[in-house]
Design a protein. Structure first.
Length: 214
């Protein structure tokens, strides 16, 4: 995964971050704010993996969650801290790799774990490590939201389908739902010449909600 680490560091160094600025997924908003039929999750400890510049972390903190955001790119975390300060919310941003999360010294387990485009870009071996580390960090009954590109999309190495989710996470997790969404992305300069722009804000993603067993 080192080559992909370097790629993302270069992207952040250039200010080329087309994955920033999209609206929060509908499934995340339903979990946090509730629906007509389903109450919101009670705000407790949340982990935002691959948090990038902190949009989801800030959103969760604004809704009363005790948030830890992790990412392996220091520049992304610097921007995330600026966003959290501007929003007036406390978020603990930590520089670490999610495949070695247990080395970060986190002293809690989490009732909610949010992944906006982290797992879907990993190699096969790193996906195994991800599942191990995420499972260890989850409290019994925790929810895990994964937002992932569909395999075979415009960015070739990205993708995660339902069969793989079931195979990798069972039996430690139960898949509660798998839905498709179209995410609307920002229209700033960082997005102008990207595959996202080419599909004109019609980027289809899978949203998976899982629950930790036990």
């Amino acid at each position: 995964m080192a080559s992909r680490h370097n790629l993302f560091r270069v992207f952040y160094g250039l200010g080329f971050t087309p994955w920033d600025g999209h609206a929060h997924s509908k499934r995340l908003r339903e979990l946090i704010e509730g629906t007509v039929d389903t109450p919101a999750l009670p705000p407790e400890a949340a982990l935002d993996v691959g948090c990038g510049t902190g949009d989801s972390s800030v959103y969760l903190a604004q809704h009363g969650w005790d948030v830890t955001g992790v990412d392996f790119v220091p520049k992304a975390l610097d921007k995330a801290r600026v966003k959290a300060r501007a929003a007036g919310v406390p978020v603990d941003f930590i520089h670490t790799d999610v495949t070695h999360l247990s080395r970060a010294g986190l002293d809690t387990t989490f009732q909610l774990i949010v992944d906006n485009g982290c797992l879907h870009g990993m190699s096969d071996g790193d996906r195994d490590l991800y599942v191990r580390e995420i499972t260890a960090a989850a409290a019994p009954g925790a929810r895990l939201l994964i937002v992932a590109a569909k395999p075979g999309g415009p960015i070739g190495f990205l993708g995660l389908d339902e069969e793989e989710v079931e195979r990798r996470f069972t039996p430690a997790w139960t898949l509660l739902s798998a839905t498709d969404e179209r995410l609307a992305f920002g229209k700033g300069p960082a997005n102008r010449y990207t595959p996202v722009a080419l599909v004109r804000n019609r980027f289809v993603v899978h949203c998976y909600v899982l629950q930790r067993t036990g």
